[in-house]
Design a protein around this ligand. Structure first.
Ligand code: SAM
Length: 258
């Protein structure tokens, strides 16, 4: 990844990062041109820079395109948008997402435009209810690079991941999945994937060298039958009701004194 200085100086005038951004290039395997990314000087949730291993993950993605072709891909924790831009340039249907944060969104839009591409972005903070744009079940592949730094957010992330994968589950169709690339080991913390497996996720370390994990959702709870009260039909009603609950016979009294 090369440091290129301030390629985008003139476009950045209206942002607080105007004089503090820098541009890096990322070489994505399988796409003809390097991807130029504006990094912000700082962002409180680490969305400001291209995190390590994006290029390595791109190499793996290029060699394993069968997971991506024909899918509706949602990226979690897109940061600068570099991986979403790469996947879009590979020709796939991709939507980026990150915290509900205007600066992150603006930087992703900026970077996509600078690389002559565009895709939808959804502001979504893990652990919050899925907005309509995410709950419809469109996304059958979830992709993320380097988003497991935040141990305190593992519960929120697993909760969102489960709900996203469940939303996209269609009986008789291939199960939706997530592909996470993660290279680090947090000291004294049990790995995310170990905890996910304990919680019923299906976790497969499909590439130990490039550190790619495939995750499927735990089984969905089956809805439990709810006993509804049986209403008494009106005495003089002659028209049979089409509602089977209303058509049920009235309960007979078992009280011997009545
Ligand atoms: C270490 S950065 C990685 C960014 C990008 N994937 C990359 O590899 O360059 C982690 C990303 O996860 C996002 N993130 C962290 N916690 C989040 C949360 N609770 N909800 C949504 N996004 C979150 C951050 O904003 C940041 O963009």
């Amino acid at each position: 990844m090369a440091q290129l200085g301030t390629l985008f100086g003139e476009e950045a005038e209206d942002g607080w990062w105007a004089e503090e951004s820098q541009t890096v290039t990322v070489n994505g395997a399988g796409v003809p041109d390097p991807i130029a990314i504006r990094e912000l000087q700082f962002h409180v949730v680490n969305a400001h820079k291209v995190w390590p291993f994006n290029e390595r993950f791109m190499g793996w993605i290029n060699r394993n395109q069968q997971y991506f072709q024909g899918k509706h891909i949602l990226e979690l924790g897109s940061g600068t948008g570099v991986l979403a831009i790469y996947m879009k340039k590979m020709g796939w249907d991709v939507t980026s997402s990150d915290y509900d944060d205007a600066e992150i969104e603006a930087n992703i839009v900026f970077n996509a435009t600078a690389n002559h591409t565009s895709f939808p972005h959804i502001r979504y903070t893990w652990g919050t209810p899925l907005p309509e744009s995410l709950s419809g079940g469109k996304f059958d592949l979830i992709v993320a690079n380097d988003i497991l730094l935040y141990v305190a957010q593992y519960d929120a992330l697993m909760d969102s991941l489960k709900r996203l994968l469940w939303a996209a589950t269609v009986p008789g169709q291939p199960r939706p999945m997530a592909l996470f690339c993660w290279h680090r080991k947090a000291k004294g913390v049990r790995p995310f994937f170990e905890i996910a497996a304990e919680r019923g996720f299906e976790v497969d370390h499909i590439d130990a060298h490039d550190k790619v994990w495939l995750i499927r959702a735990p089984p969905q709870p089956t809805p439990t039958a709810v006993a509804l009260p049986v209403p008494t039909p009106e005495k003089d009603s002659t028209t049979p009701s089409p509602n089977p609950i209303a058509a049920a016979p009235a309960p007979t009294s078992t009280n011997p004194s009545s």
